[in-house]
Design a protein around this ligand. Structure first.
Ligand code: ZN
Length: 252
């Protein structure tokens, strides 16, 4: 019965999305059908990852910035640190060479929409255009499509996550460390907030379009290194994910 309903549902979706999918190859078949019933769906949204070891992912949103991103890339290179950049399509089209440099130096490039709208409040067609246009710009800059999406403001519905994952293959990346650097509180505050909040497996949110954030990074990175953290890209962090082992109950 469930299977029948699923097939009917997929058929309905196929009809509805027929016109919208014209520009993109057919979406991969949902793995739901082939999985034994009751098996959990693969996780597609991450705000932190449970890992063995003090690995973390630094992420920088809203760039590239012609002035600030190269400065940040110099710093990351000096520390041999790999980070993840969630870029805005409009900025990629203006400075593809900066995105190309970041990718060449081992950093990961993720999709952060074309013009930074609130995806959670938009139609599927409008969201699709935002993501596709940005994916195309990234592909032309670095020769490969992104595999991660960070929705602007973290705004995205559960339903949108599912179809975006099915159609684009993206994992949806949020964060667990937020220094609120976009409010420009000053480099010392940005550094203190990041250092205080970061745990093994953390995904740190920052923005490479604010001078104060870039000014905060040398001391932030030095302090995180002193605390024993190692820096990987978001996809590397996800690949390290381990199931959480429940702590034994005292007396039980
Ligand atoms: Zn953003």
């Amino acid at each position: 019965m469930f299977r029948l309903r699923l097939v009917a549902f997929c058929y309905l979706v196929a009809i509805i999305s027929h016109s919208a999918s014209a520009q993109r190859p057919a979406a991969p078949q949902s793995s739901l059908k082939t999985k034994p019933s009751g098996a959990p769906e693969a996780q597609i949204t991450f705000s932190a990852v449970h890992v063995d070891g003090s690995y973390i992912a630094l992420t920088f949103d809203d760039g590239p910035s012609a002035k600030l991103t190269p400065k940040l890339l110099d710093l990351l290179a000096a520390h041999h640190i790999k980070a993840t950049f969630f870029v805005i399509g409009e900025n990629v089209s203006e400075h593809p060479e900066i995105v190309a440099r970041a990718a060449r130096e081992g950093h990961q490039i993720g999709n952060h929409s074309w013009s930074h709208p609130n995806l959670g409040k938009m139609s599927d067609d409008a969201v699709r255009r935002q993501l596709q246009r940005t994916e195309d710009a990234i592909k032309s800059a670095i020769g490969a499509p992104p595999t991660l999406l960070r929705p602007p403001y973290g705004s995205i519905t559960a339903r949108q996550k599912r179809w975006i994952h099915a159609d684009f293959g993206y994992e949806i990346i949020l964060w667990d460390v937020d220094p609120l650097d976009w409010k420009r509180p000053g480099p010392a505050v940005v550094r203190n907030r990041i250092v205080k909040q970061t745990r093994p497996g953390s995904i740190v949110l920052a923005h490479d379009i604010h001078p104060g954030t870039i000014d905060a990074m040398p001391a932030t990175i030095e302090q995180l290194e002193a605390n024993g953290f190692k820096f990987v890209t978001v996809s590397e962090l996800i690949q390290m994910a381990r199931p959480e082992t429940p702590k034994p109950t005292p007396g039980g």
